[in-house]
Design a protein around this ligand. Structure first.
Ligand code: BDP
Length: 713
């Protein structure tokens, strides 16, 4: 076991389960006409059943013409391949182009397991879903694996992984080795790993990949790179995945093809139209562009006095004739350049984008990070969700754990994703029913405004793909929630654990429990009570709340925590930046008052005195210390919990996890000690009685340097 197989290990089922299934899954019969996608589905069923049952199923040829089916067949059929009298036809129709139905049924005089869909991709998704159900025992009537019933379709049409992969194969914020795209050898040599990547994504229903970093290079749109991207697209296509590219705003200017990159310049628009034609000639199902513009030094339409909509629409018009989309990022912030601009970074994206609601073309989706700052261990939901009813929005999560301990720490992100997706924006008004972020992504009440979901991938060429075994779960959870944004993160963790570690409940239950407490542990030892962005400069791994000398004010941790003698926290209420009022009135009211702000977001929204009384009865200072202590205790508990599971799993992966958990515990102590030493220093407060003093003086932590931390070029 080296983690390469991810959650698609297909190890033998327990004997009773095998016995249930043996006779009802003896052959795989395809009624759907042959296609690369149908072949992929059949191959996966063969591989899966061979592993689970220890016996390779037969795959009789020419089944389409056969009038009779053998009992014990697993049948792959599209709606069109089934008789109109098939009882599930109406249900199937309602499942749309990507949905699937799995049921035990009688077909052509035989008792079979039917995997049905409207299109080939649905057959592939249904095959993976059935194999998952076999391994996790879900959906089985009377716990009989031969009687699994499933019916599902995705809530969102675009479920995309964003790779921050550079053309030199380094990966921005990547902690899992170099990029899986071997640009040097492509298109002549295609790594077989690309197929396994596509299988893993198809098993979750992820249907798109942005191949390159949002901090894009012009070269990605050169003819040689288009040919390379086309080769990757060819491998992903049978698995229902489309390829997208991140593009640099100034590409035509940099390539010397135009004299400007002004979106309203006809020559610029013509260049992009011709480029789109060239792309679609090479990749007929090319998905479109992802754009980071006027953000962190990247060029954009504002360089020419144009706004984001003018920029996005110009690109959208080049792609529209081919059915492509523009995913335009709302990750923008700038130190105030004029008095009317809010100095609070958390307020700036809303300020720039909200006024543009309704002015984007239909094939533009605005891509918004889950929170208003930057992928922190905990953030409130971004205020743009619910605030742009006339614009399709796309959620951007970060699967790679830039701010949560890289691949070194165990932090299962399912609960973080779930917290954001289920947040009720109240954007419909006080009298209206809930409008969760998940519903906003689905278009609110306007299906024409359906957006999507994207996750910044944590994938690299390390043998186990994600750098650590547990980080595979974050890829998995992202995919499952992209399919069903109201999915339950605990159920997803259990599913993943059963497929990845063991179906033995003595493993799945404790592993699920460890996963479910891991993210809160990280919040506690890094940034409790709503603190944010106090990580070390550049790498963002360790603590550095003292940093105050970076070029831009909003890059300094002191800007975010504002700790001093008088207290701690960023005031975003009426007396401060007023960013709370970007939320719907009901939410704004809740966050504007410290007494009604959830304590886990308290210092995000409020600057409060150290002796502020918390609901627990403790002072704010005592509460902060208690959270840091709890974070360390939780890190120790993760370690101890794993030691109990470890004898039940394979030695290689078990040992790797143990090493990471030991480092995580040490890092948690480091975080706690460094932060408490610093906050004591600025507050002048003594530690509460009985509290362990930091192991070293503040200067020790301030002197630590990490020149070789990964992921930041
Ligand atoms: C930040 C990362 C930076 C990315 C940026 C982005 O530190 O590397 O380029 O997000 O999302 O979190 O564009």
């Amino acid at each position: 076991e080296d983690g390469y197989e991810l959650w698609l290990r297909y190890r033998p089922l327990p004997a009773t389960a095998r016995a249930q299934l043996q006779d009802s899954a003896a052959a795989i019969v395809t009624l759907a006409p042959d296609s690369p996608t149908v072949r992929a589905a059949r191959a996966e069923l063969q591989r899966g059943l061979a592993g689970l049952l220890g016996r390779t199923p037969a795959t009789p040829a020419a089944a389409i013409a056969a009038t009779r089916l053998a009992a014990g067949s697993v049948v792959l059929a599209r709606a069109a391949d089934l008789p109109p009298s098939f009882a599930g036809q109406a249900r199937l129709r309602a499942l749309g182009p990507e949905g699937y139905l799995v049921q035990r049924t009688r077909l052509r005089d035989a008792d079979v397991i039917l995997i049905a869909a409207n299109a080939d991709t649905g057959l592939l998704y249904g095959s993976f879903a059935w194999l998952r159900a076999l391994q996790t025992g879900t959906g089985a009537a009377d716990r009989d694996l031969a009687r699994i019933e499933l019916a599902s379709s995705p809530a969102l049409p675009r479920r995309i992984l964003d790779h921050w992969d550079n053309l030199d194969r380094t990966v921005e914020r990547g902690y899992a080795g170099e990029s899986i795209w071997n640009w040097w050898e492509l298109p002549d040599v295609i790594d077989p790993r690309t197929t396994d990547y596509a299988r893993a994504n198809a098993s979750l229903g992820i249907n798109g990949a942005v191949l390159n970093n949002v901090n894009a290079k012009a070269a990605v749109l050169s003819a040689p790179f288009i040919a390379k991207a086309a080769a990757v697209a060819g491998v992903l296509r049978p698995y229902g995945m489309r390829v997208y590219l991140s593009v640099r705003w100034s590409t035509p200017l940099e390539l010397g093809a135009t004299k400007t990159a002004d979106p309203l310049d006809p020559a610029v628009a013509a260049w992009w139209r011709a480029k789109a034609d060239e792309l679609y000639a090479a990749i007929p199902d090319f998905g479109g562009f992802l754009v980071k513009a006027n953000s962190e030094g990247q060029p954009g339409p504002q360089d020419y006095g144009r706004n984001h909509a003018e920029g996005a629409n110009m690109l959208a018009r080049a792609l529209a004739p081919h059915g492509g989309i523009v995913m335009w990022r709302a990750f923008v912030y700038n130190p105030a350049s004029h008095p009317s601009q809010n100095n609070d970074r958390a307020a700036q994206a809303y300020e720039q984008f909200k006024p543009l609601d309704g002015s984007f073309d239909a094939n533009v989706i605005v891509q918004v990070k889950n929170g208003p700052i930057d992928f922190q261990p905990r953030e409130p939901v971004h205020p743009l969700f619910g605030a742009m009813p006339a614009t399709p929005l796309m959620m951007e999560f970060q699967i790679t754990k830039e701010y949560l301990g890289f691949a070194t720490h165990l932090a299962y992100l399912g609960p973080l994703f779930e917290e954001a997706l289920r947040f009720d924006t109240r954007a419909g008004g006080a009298a209206a029913p809930a409008l969760t972020v998940a519903q906003v992504l689905e278009g609110g009440h306007d299906v024409a405004k359906v957006g999507g979901i994207a996750g910044v991938a944590n994938i690299g060429s390390s043998r186990n793909w994600s750098g650590s075994d547990f980080d595979q779960a974050n890829w998995y959870a992202f995919g499952r929630l992209a399919w069903d944004p109201l999915g339950d993160s605990r159920a997803i963790a259990r599913e993943w654990a059963a497929q990845t570690w063991s179906t033995d409940a003595r493993v799945t239950e404790p592993v699920t429990a460890l996963m479910m407490r891991s993210r809160e542990a990280v919040v506690d030892y890094m940034t409790p009570l709503g603190l944010h962005h106090i990580m070390g400069t550049g790498h963002h791994h360790g603590p550095a709340p003292w940093i105050d000398d970076l070029e831009r004010p909003d890059w300094n941790p002191v800007y975010y925590h504002r700790a001093g003698r008088d207290g701690i926290g960023f005031e975003r209420g009426a007396a401060g930046s007023k960013a709370v009022f970007q939320y719907a009135p009901e939410v704004a009211r809740r966050f504007a008052d410290p007494a009604t702000t959830p304590s886990e977001l308290l210092l995000w929204f409020h600057h409060l005195p150290w002796d502020y009384r918390m609901p627990s009865g403790r002072t704010l200072w005592q509460e902060l210390v208690a959270h840091y202590d709890r974070g360390v205790a939780e890190a120790a508990a993760l370690q101890a919990g794993w030691e109990r599971v470890r004898p039940l799993v394979d030695a290689r992966r078990g040992g790797d996890v143990a090493q990471r958990l030991a480092r995580q515990h040490a890092d948690a102590v480091w975080w706690r000690d460094a932060c408490l030493a610093y906050f004591q220093h600025v507050s002048g407060l003594a530690l509460p009685p009985g509290t362990r003093a930091p192991a070293h003086p503040l200067e020790y932590y301030q002197a630590l340097r990490f020149p070789f931390a990964p992921g930041h070029g």
